[in-house]
Design a protein around this ligand. Structure first.
Ligand SMILES: NC(=O)c1ccc[n+]([C@@H]2O[C@H](COP(=O)([O-])OP(=O)(O)OC[C@H]3O[C@@H](n4cnc5c(N)ncnc54)[C@H](OP(=O)(O)O)[C@@H]3O)[C@@H](O)[C@H]2O)c1
Length: 306
């Protein structure tokens, strides 16, 4: 049995549907089993054990994800992203379950790492972490808390997540592009978007491969869609494809700007492209390019269904 924690968030909702479609037995909880309360976690897991269908996987999609708000709410952010993650790992170890934990590109400082030719290369799993904000710091410390408490854990760092079931950049852009004549978007932060649907399939791939007896080493893995671009490029593609599909009926100018021209409460990594070689080699998967996935996603909005 899989216990999906945070099953009503953006990724958690998508993942619960994918697990069901794959025929994987799963039960989900969200705020009703508070991850900051270790006893609540243990009580739930041990009660499940006596039913005869014990939990053998725990997936943690619960988190404090309001990046700007976190700057003024550090204590709550830490309680969820660091202590909460650690509590789940303690529970997983106690009941003998394997764990999958979600983390973020925000664990890096966004300055990039240079390859031997001096060019900036995508971040690898073992590159040094150096978060620049409260959210990133609590997530990095969450990774540590998890690994200190269980060895049987896959940590998947992802980035720029969007999907049907939560507030995200794609939804915000579509709304603003309907409301305004001009939308201005930063052009000096590079990364790779991730469609929650693609990530959900990859998470299930860890479980399916492990259950089939394949050796998938525990540790940290990076996942996003392929390709990289700026937020401005992403917005322009949303606009172009949104117009093609009739999701946007009126014209809107998408203008680039610098981060300095677009003040935000928190500094965001300027470069957060993730190297995905490890996850591709280990699971033997091909990852869709960001434009393909975005296009399929926008088509689902036209049809009104996934
Ligand atoms: N979103 C992104 O762009 C992004 C990028 C990189 C990595 N990630 C990581 O990916 C994972 C999933 O992100 P997401 O965007 O799907 O998150 P999300 O939509 O914010 O979902 C998080 C869920 O956790 C729940 N939750 C909050 N406090 C809880 C508690 N004390 N106990 C149990 N559940 C609680 C939330 O409930 P409420 O809604 O009621 O608060 C929500 O349903 C997270 O680990 C995140 O750090 C996200």
């Amino acid at each position: 049995m899989i216990w999906l924690i945070g099953n009503r968030g953006m990724l958690g909702t998508e993942l619960s549907l994918v697990l069901e479609k794959q025929g994987l037995a799963c039960m989900g909880t969200d705020r009703e089993i508070d991850i900051t309360q270790p006893n609540a976690l243990t009580f739930f897991a041990e009660r499940q054990a006596v039913t005869g269908v014990p939990i053998n996987w725990i997936i943690n999609c619960a988190a404090y994800t309001a990046v700007d708000k976190a700057e003024d709410d550090g204590e709550n952010c830490y309680r969820l992203n660091t202590e909460g993650a650690g509590n789940i790992a303690v529970c997983a170890k106690r009941i003998g379950a394997r764990m999958i934990h979600l983390s973020t590109d925000y664990v890096f400082n966004g300055c990039g790492v240079k390859d031997t030719s001096g060019a900036i290369r995508p971040y690898r799993e073992d590159d040094e972490t150096d978060p620049i904000g409260v959210y990133g710091r609590t997530k990095r410390d969450g990774e540590r808390a998890v690994q200190e408490n269980t060895s049987d854990v896959y940590i998947i760092r992802t980035a720029w997540l969007y999907g049907k079931y939560g507030n995200n950049f794609v939804h915000t852009m579509l709304r603003l592009m309907k409301e305004r004549d001009t939308v201005t978007v930063v052009d000096d932060q590079r990364g790779s978007p991730t469609w929650a649907f693609d990530l959900a399939h990859t998470i299930t791939a860890f479980i399916i491969a492990s259950e089939a007896g394949k050796t998938i080493p525990f540790g940290i893995y990076h996942f996003s869609n392929e390709g990289n671009m700026s937020w401005f490029d992403f917005a322009r593609e949303i606009y172009d494809e949104g117009r093609n599909l009739g999701l946007l009926t009126d014209g809107c100018t998408v203008k680039p700007c610098t981060s300095a021209e677009f003040p935000a409460r928190v500094k965001r990594p300027a470069y957060s492209v993730l190297d995905k070689s490890k996850i591709k080699d280990t699971l033997g998967i091909t990852i869709p390019f960001w434009k393909e996935s975005l296009s399929i996603y926008l088509h689902t909005l036209v049809k009104g269904a996934i």
